[in-house]
Write a protein that binds this ligand. Sequence first.
Ligand code: SF4
Length: 316
Amino acid sequence: MNGKIRLGISSCLLGERVRWDGAHKLDRYLTDTLGKFVEYVPVCPEVECGFGIPREPFRQVGDPDSPRLITSRTKIDYTDRMNRWARKRVIELEKEDLCGFIFKSRSPSSGMERVKVYSEKGVPVKKGVGRFAKAFMQHFPLLPVEEDGRLHDPILRENFIERIFAFKRWRDILDEKQSRGNLVDFHTRHKMLILSHGPQHHRVMGKLVARAKEVPLKDLYEEYQKLFMETLRLKTTSKKNANVLSHILGYFKKYLSGDEKQELLEIIDLYRQGTVPLIVPITLVNHYVRKYNQPYLKEQYYLHPHPLELQLRNHV
Ligand code: SF4
């Protein structure tokens, strides 16, 4: 990879004291663990939009589909001011080469989903999206986004981190000269990863790459990028992973001894039943890949999508 992954993040999650009451929302996993592999670009919409610390808190009020951003006690409507700032800020962020964004949950400015929207009578429904988060997701529809709270779920965490690493690799090939050869090579290395998310998407992408020569290069890259990021957004399941692992076994058929094959089959089955985590069959497969020097599998990102230190496949 060329350089570190750059990720946007709500500033308070890094421990910056920017909240309305002067507090922060430091998340140690994000700073101490994930922080070793990424470079954060902090954004605090409320402070950058000119509101001080401390400040009166905001809330979203009105129609859940188009709520207003209003100060909770004095009822001043700052929706237009925040929208103007957010539109400008997302354009500035284009220069940051971001591979994703981690938002602070529940915030009327930064929350990605289920933000409280109050009726005029003060009754909340959890249907809102933070003003800045909304502008960001509209401007960068393909970028992986998540919230601090959801990242405590092992499956969502694994999926998000896999996507930011994948997007970084995609950014890296965009930095090279665009060519059909580079795209085919990228696709080949990601085949098993794509298959683990969406077998149907895998077929569609395979067809796109197969007719690469007939599609104008720019359209090919654009279509591929969209399909790639849409596919990785789909959750993997133990059934999908077990199918990929069985598929991988096919590449070893002529090398593995009877015992080795049996052992791998048993471990895949234990994984399928939920007795062992994904890291167990993956470790065994990687062992055979090294032992038999299987060139195609050696290149598959599915077998090493992110650094082992993040221990992501120990819990899914
Ligand atoms: S939630 Fe967003 S607006 Fe609120 S303090 Fe954190 S970064 Fe700033």
